[in-house]
Design a protein around this ligand. Structure first.
Ligand code: FCA
Length: 329
């Protein structure tokens, strides 16, 4: 009897200490909020952030926030759950000061990814650690890929129309398309042949609608190029060109991203007008930002104020290799 009692007490103590250790490991809780959870890029960011959580043993809370209201309540929610910090790609960069205030009110550390917060004056909030892409450079790579393809096809630039799928309220979107335009212009592309297609949202459907308006307004033009914020923007323009009867060899679209939407396009048996994508790294943007936040919370190591990541052009015939080289295969 006595033996049994001792064994029971020892067992209970063992259970208790295991629970305590588990609670300790679970102590760190980090939010990862994204503006468009259904977009493959953001799915990939989450996947890599999960990897960091697994490695370091913290809890990752993934939240989709498509508008400001959802974002604000997500931050309150993280605070109520006892999280210590979060990484966010906001649905609207102009919410910057509101997000900073909300994070502070909930005692949460804040880092942004992809889209950098701006203040009332439109200037970036430089105090908030941020990881984004080198938008201008990556846009230039898009422009160069398009110029090279026009040359390979023997196109006369004066006969070509350009669809600038735009989302000008987002600074990184402007930098990306303007980067592409600067290269096009340097190669002799005329500004009057570049047509703006403003999208209401940053998804494929909105881009398709915007590009269709441009194509219908210039039905005399038979050869087209397209660029925009991301793969979804360019895929929308490519789908629009197909719907008005422009064949694949009459369209040159180059996107940015390299996630599933682009890869699926390359896997199609016949080439489409979606010629290439500049692959960016969801591993750096997901894994690294989550790790940065963890280090900040657990080891008091503040992340760099600004990190800009690079991209690499991939096409139908080499995307597997490029993905492998980037460590995202
Ligand atoms: C923005 C875009 C995303 C992705 C990311 C790096 O948030 O909306 O599609 O390109 O930048």
């Amino acid at each position: 009897m006595r033996l049994l009692k001792t064994a029971l007490v020892a067992g209970a103590l063992a259970v208790l200490s295991v629970t305590t250790i588990a609670a300790y490991a679970q102590d760190t809780k980090i939010g990862f909020i994204v503006k468009q959870p259904e977009e493959p890029w953001f799915q990939d960011e989450w996947k890599f952030a999960d990897q960091a959580a697994k490695e370091k043993g913290f809890t990752l809370v993934k939240i989709g926030a498509e508008d400001g209201e959802k974002l604000m309540s997500a931050i309150d929610n993280l605070g109520a759950q006892g999280a210590q910090g979060f990484v966010v790609c906001t649905p609207d960069v102009k919410l910057g000061p509101g997000i900073v205030a909300k994070a502070a009110a909930n005692n949460l550390k804040l880092m942004t990814v992809d889209d950098r917060l701006v203040g009332a004056d439109g200037k970036p909030l430089e105090d908030v650690p941020h990881m984004g892409i080198s938008a201008t450079k990556i846009g230039e790579a898009v422009g160069q890929a398009i110029v090279d393809e026009m040359k390979a096809r023997g196109w006369k630039m004066d006969e070509v129309g350009a669809i600038r799928v735009s989302y000008d309220q987002l600074p990184t979107a402007v930098d990306r398309v303007e980067g592409a335009i600067s290269v096009l212009k340097a190669a002799g592309f005329k500004t009057q042949n570049i047509f703006d297609a403003p999208q209401a949202k940053t998804d494929t459907e909105a881009a398709l609608n915007a590009a269709t308006v441009v194509l219908n307004a210039h039905a005399d033009i038979k050869k087209w190029i397209a660029f925009g914020l991301n793969d979804e923007a360019v895929l929308g323009a490519v789908r629009a060109s197909e719907s008005v009867g422009i064949p694949a060899d009459g369209m040159i679209g180059v996107g940015i991203g390299g996630a599933e939407s682009a890869i699926n396009e390359f896997k199609k048996p016949a080439a489409t007008g979606f010629v290439g994508t500049v692959i960016i790294s969801p591993k750096r943007h997901g894994y690294e930002t989550a790790l940065n936040m963890y280090d900040w919370i657990a080891n008091n190591k503040e992340p760099a104020k600004l990190t800009l990541t690079a991209g690499a052009l991939a096409k139908r015939d080499d995307y597997q290799k490029v993905r492998k080289d980037l460590g995202i295969e």
